[in-house]
Design a protein around this ligand. Structure first.
Ligand code: GLC
Ligand code: CA
Length: 534
């Protein structure tokens, strides 16, 4: 049986930066509604909406103070209902971001837990008399002392994001009730924030893949997702194919798929923090993608496919070519990824080739909590200012979070006032209006790939096989019982050679002209094809 999400392409919206409808410099739900026609034209099946819930915005909404209210800056529940309705009219589902590893410290549960150590809510969080060595992902100790009750609470992210205690059954039930509240509204599913951490065993120093993780997910499935064909995708940084199968094997009744980050790991040096970035190692990329394609057979699991999200730098800025081949390298990355088996995700602006932001050397433009903590720690460790800003410009999460570039008017048509993060100065060249007006733009490559995925069953069914090529060329076959498709991509600024005995039957998609033959072919920089071959 095929699920709708196996033929779907998902579009991620970071609401603060998508479209501001009331000119306060912050994107909002009415802004998204205004742009649904654009998303319908792109052809996507669902929107993954980064958090829009009530939040003090310490981590831009990933710190939730009420799961059943909308943050004032984004609108209110009637705007949310309108978005669901208007999206549905266009055949677009809404995937909500489910952030249940932690809440905000301003959530009523935590406020009560702090004020009243005898309340049931106290045990919704994780309290200890003494901290251990666990560190926060945003830097420093993962434990924060609470004067009033003289205990420490665990926060694997910022100290305004206390971790929930999943061992408490009453807490788990509250989470399931909240999920059902959203399911009853007719949403299309959930993207589950750092879901691999909910089974943590902090006293043993275990944060991810804890002993009870899969029990909780099975229980969650029974209590909420069962019998509904919803898309669920877990954010699981350390997943291996074996771990991904545990989550996504249909017989396990947990999730539809997970985001694995092994290919993203190639963005930085082995065993280094992400701030020590490095260039693209194509042979390792081939090995990683091939491993996942082969091991996650559809009877045992399902892949998700992505280059970008709100936590990552723009892929074109770190692995592509920002100048001469900006759109062409963008098409090459898109063709390479979207013809693999799995559900592809596009992050806002990726479809027009948006780039990293040239942050000022004084760091005054940095908003992101993780980046700010990194700057402070790097300075303390005596790192040179130039090295720090270089890391920020390459990998800071704010690179992906600058406002969406709609047109060449001031503030790129995102807002009429100064936005919360500055607009990239390249907006006059890179914007939606321009992309739509040019039939050869990157936008139309994405549109064609999305359409292909909806229409062609082989994208779901066909087997995958890597071809031996020179190191900068990525070539793979997708084979059904009677058809063979070749995807061939030059991931470099130089010409490359390729040869094969296959004959060309048809062109499925390309970012250049289809060659006459595959024998002794010269690939120009960033050439990419999908051909039906014999
Ligand atoms: C996830 C989110 C990230 C957030 C973190 C804490 O990794 O993608 O943006 O900061 O979880 O919720
Ligand atoms: Ca606004």
């Amino acid at each position: 049986m095929k699920h709708w999400w196996q033929k779907a392409t998902i579009y991620q919206i970071y609401p603060k930066s998508f479209k501001d409808s009331n000119d306060d410099g912050i994107g909002d739900l009415q802004g998204i509604i205004e742009k649904l026609d654009y998303l319908e034209e792109l052809g996507i099946s669902a929107i993954w909406l980064s958090p829009v819930y009530q939040s003090p915005m310490d981590d831009n909404g990933y710190d939730i103070s009420d799961y059943e209210k909308i943050a004032e800056c984004f609108g209110d529940m009637s705007d949310m209902d309108e978005l669901l309705l208007e999206a549905k009219r266009r055949g677009i589902r809404i995937i909500m971001d489910l952030v249940v590893n932690h809440t905000s410290d301003e959530h009523a549960w935590f406020v009560t837990a702090k004020e009243n150590p005898n309340s049931p809510e106290r045990d919704f969080y994780i309290w200890r008399d003494q901290p251990n060595a666990l560190e926060s992902i945003f830097g420093g100790s993962a434990w924060q002392y609470d004067e009033t009750s003289q205990q420490y609470y665990l926060h694997l992210f910022s100290k305004k994001q206390p971790d929930l205690n999943w061992e408490n059954p009453a807490l788990r039930q509250k989470v399931y009730d909240m999920m059902n509240f959203w399911i009853d509204k007719g949403i299309g599913g959930f993207r589950m924030d750092v879901i691999d951490m909910i089974g943590k065993a902090p006293d043993k120093g275990i944060t991810t893949n804890g002993p009870k993780l899969h029990d909780y997910l099975k229980e969650m499935h029974q209590a909420t997702l069962k019998d509904k064909d919803l898309l669920t995708v877990g954010e699981t940084w350390g997943a291996t194919p074996a771990i991904a199968k545990a989550y996504s094997n249909p017989d396990n009744h947990e999730l539809s798929m997970v985001f694995q980050f092994e290919h993203i790991g190639l963005q930085h040096l082995d065993n280094h923090p992400k701030w020590d970035f490095t260039s693209l190692d194509v042979p390792r990329l081939k090995a990683i993608f091939s491993k996942w394609q082969i091991e996650l057979d559809p009877t045992e699991g399902w892949n998700s496919l992505f280059w970008n999200n709100h936590d990552l730098p723009r892929v074109l800025s770190i692995w592509g070519n920002e100048m001469t081949y900006r759109e062409k390298s963008g098409k090459a990355f898109a063709i390479l990824l979207h013809l693999l088996r799995g559900t592809p995700y596009i992050y806002q602006g990726e479809e027009i080739g948006m780039l990293n932001y040239p942050f000022k050397a004084d760091f005054s433009e940095i908003e992101d909590i993780e980046s700010r903590n990194f700057i402070a720690e790097a300075r303390q460790a005596g790192k040179q200012e130039e090295t720090i800003i270089e890391s920020i410009r390459k990998v800071s999460r704010d690179n992906a979070r600058t406002p969406m570039q709609w047109d060449d008017s001031p503030q790129a048509g995102f807002s009429t006032t100064k936005p919360w993060l500055p607009v990239n100065p390249n907006y006059q060249t890179i914007n939606v209006a321009k992309a739509l007006a040019d039939k050869n733009s990157l936008f139309y490559t994405y549109q064609a790939l999305i359409k292909l995925r909806k229409e062609e069953d082989w994208l779901v069914d066909a087997d995958y096989e890597l071809l031996e090529t020179s190191s900068k060329v990525f070539a793979y076959l997708r084979k059904t019982t009677d058809k063979t498709y070749l995807v061939l991509v030059n991931l470099s600024d130089e010409t490359q050679s390729f040869t094969s005995n296959y004959t060309i039957k048809d062109t499925i998609i390309t970012n250049t002209k289809t060659p006459q033959t595959l024998e002794n072919l010269t690939l120009e920089p960033w050439d990419a094809f999908c051909l039906e071959v014999d």
